[in-house]
Design a protein. Structure first.
Length: 148
């Protein structure tokens, strides 16, 4: 992590050195633009794709449920709400004074599971794709190739 921070500092120095000179040609300006993109990529990896809650919450989609009369079973109303996909969250436990990860989602802009005073969601990221093992035949072929 410290190496990445040093790289970011060096990129900033390079941008400051070459990017603030109005007499520099377009190629150096393109270089500085590319360095800014590289900084964004490095920062994402430094945080392992975690998104601070202060920056934004997961995107919610609008859904609805019909409300039925218990006697006639006729639809008498519709409840509209917004809900997000399930995401991985980093939670701060104020009682234990420690951090942990879990899964949660938002409902009308509020966290569902950790909407309590002693817990605070501080960051989130989309769930990763599940592990998909190689088909058995492919694994046997790879094993055979390694032995040869």
């Amino acid at each position: 992590m410290q190496n990445l921070e040093k790289i970011l500092e060096e990129i900033d120095e390079t941008i400051e050195r070459y990017g603030t000179n109005p007499y520099i040609d377009v190629k150096v300006t393109d270089l500085c633009y590319g360095l800014n993109i590289a900084k964004d990529i490095i920062r994402r990896h430094m945080n392992d794709s975690w998104i601070p809650v202060e920056e934004r919450l997961p995107e919610e989609i609008e859904e609805f449920n019909d409300v039925y009369d218990p006697v006639t079973l006729a639809v008498i109303d519709t409840e509209w709400y917004k809900i997000s996909d399930i995401v991985q969250v980093t939670v701060y436990d104020r009682d234990e004074e420690k951090y942990f990860t879990y899964v949660d989602n938002t409902y009308n802009g509020e966290w569902v599971t950790f909407n309590l005073d002693n817990f605070k969601v501080i960051a989130w990221k989309p769930l990763s794709d599940p592990y998909r093992p190689e088909p058995l035949e492919t694994r046997k072929e790879l094993e055979k190739a390694r032995k040869e």
